[in-house]
Design a protein around this ligand. Structure first.
Ligand SMILES: [Zn+2]
Length: 512
């Protein structure tokens, strides 16, 4: 963020306060950065995002397998949120939502031809401005600085095994978002490097209050955990399916034999156990460096993954619960009573205001999420917790010659999905087909039986959600160029209908 955007931010914050007051919503003013009050409460903050981690595959969320002793311990020592929802079903917009506290339509970083706008005020920027040293470690392609997610980090460290392919600042997005890089990323094993880099950094910098973000990649496909995790959960399998080339292997399909699919899921679980072991080591290092009591630890994910629950595999195709439900655990010794479990629906956009609030910086007015602090002391959320999830991006179809189809309009699918979820109900609107699916989540938690005649409540949810998005898009417009595509090319693509237009061009939500 530069000076002019800081001025703009003051204006938009004022607008947001007016917006909140007009809507009867209370919002607290942010503590002035750098004040004595802010400094006095500076706990360290460790935010871990485990890519592609489904909560229902963790012991602390009731899973049958022992995939996660380390995460289970973290949960037992802090607060676990049973119903946390992401903003989308893939990496880039979900992390932009995590870093900004804004829904995808509002932060605007919804596809790979976008980068997070400079005018967005990220969690790292907010903490840096209040005196924190900030460091990020990333291990997958969509966390690359080219997409704007490094905003506010003093250091932003590449833990992939292919930095020579992607470069750093100044790289073109196409250098990162291409088949060669994605294939390398699917095969990449990054946990040891992340662990080593994090440990080195902590030992050298522990004396100053820090905000550390760690992105852990290995749970993401391909599902190729190193021994002994490769055989940990399915040692007797004798079939031919492996976790390699998960996305493009045509033998991995909705009609595949159940036994082979079970093996793939066991390999996914092996990846979770492999990653959990490294999370345990990081938490042990906090203990041995005597940082445990002074560090807030937040563990979450960006999205889940699909194993054909709705005939789809991987993620970034739908907004069903298997891809938008995420784990969320917060530990802060002395402030959060251990062993808490909260059933209220919460969202990835609530992470930012919760962290700033726990750090003594208050709850910023210019975010859509809200602080979860009231829940820690037995209270209730202050504001509405409708979860809005969106998928507004090109598909990633692969052509026979190995090129991505996304740049060829003959093969292109532009997803335009938006869901509105509450604990007991959900509507998924497909804006392309002008179709809506409504689910009663109490009677049908697996979303297998869309209702013919949804209740009026679903229509109200969709209307409320859309109004909220519109209000924030108006109050927080993007300030700079969002795209790497030259403006004249973008206009041409828009006129041909190949990329999304302005909000005004957007079709109305179909009635649920
Ligand atoms: Zn991801």
């Amino acid at each position: 963020m530069n000076v002019s955007s800081a001025i703009t931010r003051t204006r938009t914050a004022t607008l947001l306060i007016a917006l909140c007051l007009g809507a009867g919503i209370s919002c607290r003013q942010e503590t002035e950065p750098g004040t004595a009050a802010a400094r006095a409460t500076h706990p360290n903050i460790l935010l871990i995002s485990v890519d592609t981690l489904r909560p229902d595959h963790l012991g602390c969320y009731g899973y049958k397998r022992q995939t996660s002793p380390g995460i289970d311990r973290l949960a037992a020592e802090g607060a676990l949120f049973e119903n946390a929802i992401s903003s989308t079903s893939w990496t880039l917009p979900a992390h932009a939502a995590l870093f900004t506290g804004l829904a995808d339509s509002v932060h605007g970083c919804v596809d790979t031809d976008r980068r997070l706008d400079e005018s967005r005020h990220t969690l790292a920027e907010r903490l840096k401005e209040s005196g924190y040293v900030t460091v990020g470690f990333f291990s997958g392609p969509y966390l690359h600085p080219v997409f704007g997610l490094a905003q506010g980090f003093d250091e932003y460290i590449d833990c992939t095994s292919y930095p020579e392919l992607t470069g750093q600042e100044g790289t073109d997005a196409d250098v990162v978002d291409n088949m060669k890089v994605h294939e390398r990323s699917h095969r990449d094993i990054t946990n040891p490097k992340v662990y080593e880099q994090v440990g080195t950094w902590l030992k050298a910098n522990k004396q100053h209050p820090f905000f550390m973000f760690i992105h852990m990649w290995d749970v993401h496909f391909d599902f190729i955990p190193p021994p002994p995790y490769d055989r940990k959960f399915d040692p007797d399998y004798r079939g031919s399916i492996t976790g390699e080339d998960f996305l493009f292997n045509t033998a991995v399909n909705a009609s595949m034999p159940r036994r082979d699919l079970e093996h793939l899921i066991a390999l996914y679980d092996g990846e979770i156990a492999w990653t959990d072991a490294h999370i345990s080591r990081i938490l042990d290092d906090l203990d041995s460096l005597e940082l445990r009591e002074s560090t807030i630890v937040v563990l979450t994910s960006d999205h889940g993954t699909e194993f054909f629950e709705h005939r789809l595999k991987a993620h970034r195709h739908s907004l069903y619960d298997e891809v938008i439900r995420i784990p969320l655990i917060v530990r802060y010794p002395g402030r959060i009573e251990p062993g808490q479990r909260h059933g209220a629906q919460v969202r990835i956009i609530d992470v930012l205001p919760t962290i700033t609030d726990l750090a003594g910086l208050g709850e910023p007015p210019d975010v859509m999420g809200q602080s979860l602090i009231p829940l820690f002391s037995g209270g209730t959320l202050r504001r509405d917790n409708l979860a809005i999830s969106e998928l507004f991006c090109d598909s990633k179809m692969l052509l026979p010659d190995g090129r991505w189809a996304r740049k060829d309009p003959r093969f292109r699918i532009q997803y335009r999905l938006r869901s509105f979820r509450r604990l007991d109900r959900k509507v998924i609107n497909d804006l392309n087909r002008e179709r809506a699916e409504f689910f009663d989540l109490r009677a049908d938690p697996d979303e297998q039986k869309p209702l013919e005649n949804p209740s009026a409540l679903a229509s109200r949810d969709a209307e409320q959600g859309r109004e909220r998005l519109k209000a924030f898009m108006k109050a927080l417009p993007t300030q700079g160029a969002q795209s790497d595509i030259p403006p004249e090319v973008l206009e041409k693509l828009k006129s041909l209908g190949y990329v999304g237009g302005d909000d005004d061009d957007e079709p109305e939500e179909p009635a649920p």
